[in-house]
Write a protein that binds this ligand. Structure first.
Ligand code: LLP
Length: 421
């Protein structure tokens, strides 16, 4: 459920008409609903209760510090994968002990920064990383709390580019070698083992791969405890999928996921961490864009909109489907026409939708790409020297710009001419 609904013939974010924001901010812009973010977070809180748990929001899905602060105020921790994300979490007021650090390529500088600023744990993905972290921590005179990210060799059954838990994927250490690697980690002076971590992929629409992975995790916990390791915490990763279209069957809900987690892992007495991104932020955001031209091609109609692949790359990159809604509600029974919805960038890949049935939209009409709150703004770029799209947050009947659109002058002023030119 989200809070982007038609009221009085206009698509609203909560109680604010998106066209009101468009008048104030210009298009394109991202708009997030505070009530939707809150609701999604609370669904996970309820789903995991009464297990002791911490929901660490995957900052990579939406890293605006207003979003992070809203979630932190509700009790969220953060899952970060870079120094920049760590600094964003801190800027949003998140305490170090609520931040987990994931990622296959943490640098020593990032490790040092997180150890100095405070960290809940590092999710370590290789033996060289273990060694580096132990050295960095020892040099600072501290012990770094760690979990190994274990690759369970489970196929998440999701898009190739976002599947991470098969043995050929670059993530984690093979589960077959976990015992040996934990034994090694236990001998390293700068480390303190606190648990086990897994993350098998993103946009999973079936619980079976999660259950297969967590079953292996439960067995591993038994083995590691028998080896004398103290395993008090389990990080289950993120990955629960969202409905991208109203016409499809809905993926499992956080309650279903939570019930499975309790069944498979509840008896271990561990604190549970999860790292959801998309389920919290995805359907809490839309990208609003305006039609620049309607163009009649040889065999089809095109809607050329002012958003492009640099603003929302998911369709170009993953062939992702996003529902498209006109800001003005089409009259009941209004005829729908198939159109290609494309951006202004000089690549054919700059296509949001092919032959999508939409009402008869014209230049100046506006539409919202749904489910754009996760992996939308964060994956944007300035390709074609297009300014980064502003972000707006709505709460009830008011809205705030939480990242303004940069000016062209600001963009160009970042470049430097060498003196010899
Ligand atoms: N934890 C780790 C270690 C991850 O790598 C990810 C996502 C998450 C948590 C959050 O997963 P989520 O709950 O959001 O599914 N750009 C792609 C998605 C990439 C996901 C990468 N890792 C997309 O637009 O679909």
């Amino acid at each position: 459920m989200d809070h982007f609904l038609y009221q009085n013939g206009q698509l609203h974010a909560e109680d604010v008409a998106l066209s009101t924001i468009a008048e104030a901010v210009g298009t394109p812009f991202y708009c997030y609903s505070a009530a939707t973010l809150t609701r999604h977070f609370q669904l996970f809180q309820e789903a995991l209760s009464p297990l002791p748990h911490l929901i660490c929001f995957a900052v990579k899905s939406n890293s605006n510090i207003a979003v992070l602060k809203l979630l932190a105020n509700l009790g969220a921790g953060m899952d970060v994968v870079s120094m920049g994300e760590y600094m964003r979490a801190k800027a949003a007021g998140v305490k170090g002990e609520h931040i987990v650090f994931s990622g296959v390529g943490k640098t020593r500088e990032e490790m040092r920064h997180a150890l100095e600023g405070g960290i809940r744990q590092f999710n370590v993905e290789s033996e060289p990383e273990l060694e580096a972290l132990s050295q960095v921590a020892s040099a600072l005179g501290v012990k770094a709390p760690i979990m190994m990210r274990v690759n369970p060799d489970v196929d998440a059954g999701t898009h190739e580019k976002i599947s991470t838990g098969r043995k050929g994927d670059k993530f984690g250490v093979p589960i077959s070698r976990a015992r040996e690697i934990y034994a090694r980690a236990a001998t390293m002076p700068g480390l303190q083992i606190v648990g086990v971590d897994m993350h098998i992929g993103s946009q999973l629409t079936d619980l079976a791969p999660f259950e297969a992975a967590y079953t292996k995790m439960a067995e591993l916990v038994g083995v590691l405890r028998a080896d004398g390791h103290k395993i008090d915490r389990l990080d289950l990763g993120g990955g629960l999928g969202i409905p991208y279209t109203r016409s499809n069957e809905a993926p499992p809900l956080p309650t279903d996921y939570g019930a499975m987690v309790k069944r498979v892992l509840g008896h271990l007495g561990c604190e549970i961490e999860i790292e959801p991104g998309r389920l919290i932020s995805g359907n809490a955001g839309v990208l609003v864009t305006e039609v620049i031209y309607r163009k009649t091609g040889e065999d089809r109609e095109f809607l050329i909109v002012d958003a492009a692949m640099n603003d929302l790359i998911r369709p170009a990159m993953y062939g992702a489907y996003h529902d498209i809604d006109a800001l003005i509600e089409p009259a009941a029974g209004a005829p729908m026409q198939p159109v290609d919805v494309v951006g202004p960038i000089c690549e054919s890949g700059d296509t949001f939708a092919k032959q999508r049935a939409l009402p008869a939209l014209q230049a100046g009409d506006r539409v919202a790409f749904r489910s754009a709150g996760a992996y939308g703004a964060v994956m944007s770029s300035e390709y074609n020297t297009r300014p980064m799209v502003p972000e707006v947050m709505v709460s009830g009947d008011h809205f705030a710009v939480i990242r303004p659109r940069p000016s062209y002058e600001e963009m160009i002023a970042r470049d430097r001419l060498p003196e010899w030119l």
